[in-house]
Structure formats: structure tokens, C-alpha cells
Design a protein around this ligand. Structure first.
Ligand SMILES: [Fe+2]
Length: 216
């Protein structure tokens, strides 16, 4: 009985994801990449995230405590040409990352828990200045144009699962930059992170895992 319930949930989840991604493709195709189209994509991901019963944290567990990375990304959808990549970011630990861009559009939508995002602009001296913060949680989302900057500042102490969707899959983003405040310098992120393929109904935790200190 339990297996039937789980397979039904996986099937419903895959159907809901496919429908959302189809609408996102359509939005970008018709409107291009701009603030208005990203607002529409945010709306689609907020609607998908409202289906909390399809995305229980138990199906997308955070990395084991012994793992190097405090968070991991579950790949939910990616086109054959690596466009329109949807991930679920899972963690239950405190972590933050450096201000960074994505070199493709990005939308984050809340499913479970809170994900504080710090927002930045570049300064004339080659650094960054924080311009605000938005806390992504159920019912909310934040969007970034390819050159816009943010960082995550996750408090930990409670499970968190959020959607991260990108115009192009993370392993394809070779020019993604982060800012090292101590050295006042910009660096490229390494191309791989802890990404676990969850596109099939059964998720094999860690089955396609690669290691680096990179986060989304
Ligand atoms: Fe990011």
C-alpha cells in the first residue's frame, strides 16, 4: 500500500513538474528574458511549490551530517540541451555563500522553511554593496537576471527545501562568478556541485554525486 502511495506521488510530482516547465518554456519563448517574464516564471514556480504534499522533505533529504556540503541540489527537470533546469535545494544546516551571479536567469521559490537571500550591486571599485534582503518561503519567490548578484544566508536548525530554477543547468555555467570580500577579487565557481538526479520516480540519494564546495 505504501509503495503504491509513493509511486502515485512520484507520478503526480513528475506530471506537475513537466506542466510547470512547459509553461516556463512558453513564457521565455514568447517574452524573452526580462523582469516581466521572470515575474511570470516566479508565479509558475510559486504555484508548483504550493503542492507541498508532492515535495515532502523525506523525499529530498539534506546531505548527511558527515558530508562536506551542507546542502545538496536534487535535479527535478532539465531539457536535453541543458536548458530549463529545475532543482530542489535541501539543507538543515547553517550555511552561507559568497555574492555571485549565475550567467543565466534564476528563480528561487519556497517550498518548506526559509531561505534568506542577500541582494547586491557591483560598486565602482570592483566590489559589491548589499542592497537588501528577501526571505524566500512558501508563497514567495525571487528572480535574478543573468548578471544580478545574490548570496544565501541560511540559518539552519530546521529542514529547508526550495526550488532553484535556471535558464541553463548549473554544470553548464562555466563563467559563474563569486566575490571574495577578503581578497577583494572575483573568481569562477567550479563547474560541478552536489547534484543528485531525481528525475526518475525513485530517488537514489548520492547516486550521481560530485564533490566541491560550491553551492547554488
Ligand atoms: Fe545563486
Amino acid at each position: 500500500m505504501q509503495a503504491t502511495k509513493e509511486s502515485t506521488r512520484a507520478e503526480e510530482r513528475q506530471r506537475a513538474i513537466a506542466e510547470t516547465v512547459a509553461r516556463v518554456r512558453e513564457i521565455e519563448s514568447q517574452q524573452g528574458v526580462n523582469a516581466q517574464s521572470l515575474e511570470a516564471i516566479k508565479g509558475e514556480l510559486i504555484k508548483l511549490a504550493a503542492n507541498t504534499d508532492l515535495f515532502p522533505i523525506d523525499d529530498f533529504p539534506p546531505p548527511e551530517q558527515a558530508a562536506g556540503n551542507p546542502s545538496c541540489l536534487y535535479l527535478l527537470s532539465e531539457d536535453d540541451d541543458h536548458r530549463f533546469a529545475l532543482y530542489a535545494n535541501s539543507t538543515n544546516r547553517r550555511y552561507s555563500n559568497a555574492p555571485h551571479n549565475h550567467t543565466t536567469w534564476a528563480v528561487i521559490a519556497g517550498v518548506h522553511g526559509k531561505e534568506p537571500n542577500r541582494l547586491y550591486k557591483r560598486t565602482d571599485d570592483g566590489g559589491v554593496e548589499e542592497t537588501g534582503m528577501t526571505v524566500v518561503k512558501q508563497g514567495t519567490a525571487v528572480a535574478f537576471m543573468p548578471d544580478e548578484l545574490h548570496s544565501l544566508d541560511i540559518p539552519g536548525g530546521a529542514p529547508m527545501l526550495n526550488f532553484h530554477m535556471y535558464g541553463l543547468a548549473i554544470p553548464q555555467l562555466f563563467k559563474r562568478q563569486y566575490y571574495n570580500a577578503r581578497e577583494h577579487s572575483w573568481h569562477y565557481y567550479p563547474p560541478h556541485t552536489d547534484i543528485r538526479d531525481a528525475r526518475s520516480g525513485s530517488i537514489e540519494t548520492g547516486s550521481s554525486k560530485t564533490e566541491s564546495g560550491q553551492t547554488a
